[in-house]
Design a protein around this ligand. Structure first.
Ligand code: NAD
Length: 251
């Protein structure tokens, strides 16, 4: 399948986890890849594996998305390597769970900086490419059901993910006339390194909260993101789509 041939995609936080699965799915349909994550060598390793497996051009770009100068360097690298960008997936995210009374200011700041400000800086930096993209530019923001329903111990995380929903709707309205479609996906509980670090009791409790009776896998998320990046989703913008096994039905 080559539905995304001649397109270039950048997924933040794509050295591993859900981000990597999204990059792989987009590459499988022919899109060139910018693998962007904090650690340069992790990015290069993932980019090399994806290039070899899917026969696409893939580059690794080490970048902390909370730093405007590093984001600007990423723009310059994309300009020189590809000269364009069609798809931006704001996926990078961190957790620093704590109860409100115990939450340190640094825990609040880090989570808001990576999960929300990072998506703002990346969207702002890449929008010029996306407005010029053949067939329309795409942004997909990876929010969370926690941003929709809230979660005890996640005042910082839920606020950042709810903020991403607002960012999605505002940027969707602002750039619809320029042909850039902006949507958000809200995963429920997905097995990755991020959630693997939670206490086993919490992982068990989260699984019990899923009506479909199992944790999500990275492909459950990446397939929906790929659909949103495809021409089949060309009449969709400003949508907030839960992919959570039913965890937040009716909320
Ligand atoms: N796993 C879940 O259950 C779940 C549920 C809902 C939403 N999400 C969201 O999905 C996204 C991916 O989650 P995951 O489980 O794959 O996490 P993960 O921790 O496995 O991967 C996140 C990636 O983001 C990168 N990253 C972190 N800070 C960064 C920064 N400042 N600049 C660039 N890259 C940075 C990390 O290095 C890592 O590679 C996150 O936004 C997360 O909040 C995950």
């Amino acid at each position: 399948m080559a539905a995304l041939k001649d397109r270039v995609a950048l997924v933040t936080g794509s050295a591993r986890g859900i981000g990597r699965a999204i990059a792989e799915d987009l590459a499988e349909w022919g899109a060139g890849q910018v693998i962007l994550d904090v650690n340069q060598s992790d990015c290069e390793r993932t980019a090399g594996e994806i290039a070899a497996r899917y026969n696409v051009k893939a580059i690794g770009v080490g970048c902390n998305i909370t730093k405007k100068d590093e984001v600007q360097k990423a723009v310059e690298r994309i300009e020189s390597e590809f000269g364009k960008l069609n798809i931006l997936v704001n996926n990078a995210g961190v957790l620093r769970d704590n109860l409100l009374l115990r939450m340190k200011e640094e825990e609040w700041d880090l989570v808001l900086d990576v999960n929300l400000k990072g998506a703002f800086l990346m969207s702002q930096a890449m929008i010029r490419f996306l407005m010029k993209a053949d067939g329309g530019g795409r942004i997909v923001n990876i929010s969370s059901v926690s941003g929709v329903v809230g979660q005890a111990g996640q005042a910082n995380y839920s606020s950042s993910k709810a903020g991403l929903i607002g960012l999605t709707k505002s940027v969707a309205r602002e750039y619809a006339a320029k042909g850039v479609l902006v949507n958000a996906v809200c995963p429920g509980y997905v097995q990755t390194d991020m959630t693997g670090a939670l206490p086993p009791k919490v992982q068990e409790m989260l699984t019990q909260m899923v009506p479909l009776g199992r944790p999500g896998q990275v492909k459950d998320i990446s397939r929906v993101v790929r659909f949103l990046c495809s021409d089949d989703a060309s009449f969709m913008t400003g949508n907030i789509i839960r992919v959570d096994g039913g965890m937040a039905i009716g909320m």
